[in-house]
Design a protein around this ligand. Structure first.
Ligand code: TPP
Ligand code: MG
Length: 396
């Protein structure tokens, strides 16, 4: 049996059903005059609901939002490609899980919520951090273990945080962030501040027991918790159908409503997250299954080509790529020319290169920092830096 069994639905072509409420006039992206004009776009595929009536496929957007989606996703894509090179050059060490392919989830979710709403995720966290308003400089500094990083260079790739805009990490234990996310939702309900928490997890994590325990409590107490299953169809090298008896993750909450969403379509993600926020504030938890795809392997040690075919990867790139989808929408609505979009990509590339150069100037954490922000103090244990020479200290 081929390993890609049951994955043919990964290749779903873009819809051609795109319509606008305004005449398709040429609007240069640099002009802000009609940036807020309403454009109505149909999502690529309909939403599928479980114990709820799904929202409409017609999503309202604007030239400004589409241009922002394009720029933000291009920036995320470029950041991850640059991280790949930095890893290969040994400037990033340890774990590193890249998000390219899944960008529409990060930008679509942000477009539906505020920074008072909380997000918590697993280790594939770089782009979520950027979406929360983090800078490229903080990202690259953290990735390279520098003081200028969002966790002062002590967290690395898997542990990005930004509490001032409701981002609670960056977690390495599969599934463990889901109960924490429900705890955030408990605090939000307790303080009556009308905000919600998004707890992101993968299709592999969806089989974890603690997820169901947390969901039970969230449902009992009507917590404003939105569980977002980023179904990229693989947990490390294991295809979803080999790990899950039912890979219909949006239905796996049983008594909790769910929605299946095209996670490669930023506008569908926005619509679903808006719907979920309204639902969660009124009725308690809901599950969103985002049908998405990661182009890279699971982590830097996985070439990502032994358990899936190259045709599958290039097929998704050609048919469903989230950046290309927005590019096509912008071009078909004549909001910018191909050249203008290429120029944005060039600008983004420059921003990324500059951030990397600046991050390299940031010093490594001081050895005295080895023992701060940890729960348990050492017992005279010796600690070393990555190369076992540079940083060396004895835990107090
Ligand atoms: C409790 C636990 N078990 C196993 C691992 C090893 N592990 C790390 S990632 C991963 C796969 C998770 O896949 P998925 O939830 O689909 O997320 P994705 O990597 O696809 O984003 C596993 C088994 C772990 N980190 N924690
Ligand atoms: Mg997965």
């Amino acid at each position: 049996m081929a390993l890609t069994h049951r994955s043919s639905n990964l290749l779903r072509p873009f819809t051609t059903a795109v319509f606008s409420s305004t005449p398709s006039l040429r609007r240069p992206f640099s002009s802000s005059a009609d940036d807020t004009t309403t454009i109505t776009i149909e999502t690529s595929v309909p939403f599928t609901g479980h114990k709820c009536d799904p929202p409409s496929r017609s999503v309202e957007t604007s030239p400004k939002e589409l241009m922002t989606f394009f720029r933000d996703m291009a920036k995320m894509r470029r950041m991850e490609i640059a991280a790949d090179s930095l890893y290969k050059a040994k400037l990033i060490r340890g774990f590193c899980h890249l998000y390219d392919g899944q960008e529409a989830v990060a930008v679509g979710m942000e477009a539906a919520i505020t920074k008072k709403d909380c997000i918590i995720t697993a280790y594939r966290d770089h782009c979520i951090y950027l979406g929360r308003g983090g800078t490229l400089l903080e990202c690259f500094s953290e990735l390279m273990g520098r003081q200028g990083g969002c966790s002062k260079g002590k967290g690395g790739s898997m542990h990005f945080y930004k509490k001032d805009s409701g981002f609670y990490g960056g977690h390495g234990i599969v599934g463990a962030q889901v109960p924490l996310g429900c705890g955030l939702a408990f605090a939000q309900k307790y303080s009556k501040d009308e905000t919600v928490s998004f707890a992101l997890y993968g299709d592999g994590a969806a089989n974890q027991g603690q997820l169901f325990e947390a969901l039970n409590m969230a449902a009992l107490w009507d917590l404003p918790a939105i569980l977002v299953c980023e179904n990229n169809h693989y947990g490390m090298g294991t295809a979803e159908w080999r790990a899950a008896k039912s890979p219909a993750y949006y239905k796996r909450g049983d008594y909790v409503p769910g929605l299946k969403v095209d996670g490669m379509d930023a506008l569908a993600v926005k619509q679903a997250c808006k719907f979920a926020k309204e639902h969660a504030l009124k009725n308690g938890p809901i599950i969103l299954e985002m049908d998405t795809y990661r182009y890279h392997g699971h982590s830097m040690s996985d070439p990502g080509s032994t358990y899936r075919t190259r045709d599958e990867i290039s097929g998704v790139r050609q048919e469903r790529d989230p950046v290309e989808r927005i590019r096509k929408l912008i071009l078909s609505h004549e909001l910018a020319t191909e050249k203008e979009l290429k120029d944005i990509e060039k600008e983004v590339r420059k921003e990324v290169d500059e951030a990397i150069a600046q991050a390299k100037e940031s010093p490594m954490p001081d050895p005295s920092e080895l023992f701060t922000n940890v729960y348990v103090k050492g017992y005279g244990v010796e600690a070393f830096g990555a190369d076992r020479k540079e940083v060396r200290a004895v835990l107090p």
